[in-house]
Ligand binder design. Structure first.
Ligand SMILES: [Cu+2]
Length: 154
């Protein structure tokens, strides 16, 4: 390669480099959905949530506050993928108290609070999953049959 061609090549490379910053993708503005906080109490000494139906907009950052109103029972709030409530309850019970009645790293679980002791409030924040209907439950052994509901993402 002679010097002329080397210069042309160098110039071409420099031009290419100078143009590089323009390659940064322009940010696509996302529609902003305000974050939403849901409060859910348990019913006194019953194995029951005060509400079993919530609706949230797609794309929202959701905080679920679980207020355990019982003087003795423990409860949690676990959001799972469609059709997975029963098996997550069964496997959670088997996982035992040491694991907060949840299988660690369970891919069927979308979000979960830790177990709320008597009179305790716990919370979890998570991005709303894609539009659909998602079951939630309490995984304390024996509670899920009574303590369950659904979160609808619209
Ligand atoms: Cu419970």
């Amino acid at each position: 390669m002679n010097n002329f061609f080397k210069s042309v090549l160098l110039a071409a490379l420099l031009t290419a480099c100078a143009g590089a910053p323009a390659a940064t993708p322009s940010p696509i503005p996302k529609p902003t959905v305000p974050p939403i906080t849901l409060e859910l109490g348990s019913k006194g000494e019953e194995m029951s949530f005060m509400n079993n139906h919530f609706e949230v907009p797609a794309g929202a950052q959701v905080t679920l506050k679980l207020i355990n109103n019982s003087m003795s029972l423990m409860h949690n709030w676990v959001l799972v993928k469609p059709g997975q409530a029963d098996v997550v309850a069964t496997d959670g019970a088997a996982a035992g108290e040491a694991n907060d009645y949840l299988v660690k790293g369970d891919k069927r679980i979308i979000a979960a609070t830790r177990m709320a002791k008597a009179k305790e409030t716990v919370e979890v924040t998570f991005p709303a999953p894609p539009p659909g209907t998602y079951p939630f439950l309490c995984t304390f052994p024996g509670h899920a049959a009574m303590m369950h509901g659904e979160l609808v993402v619209k």
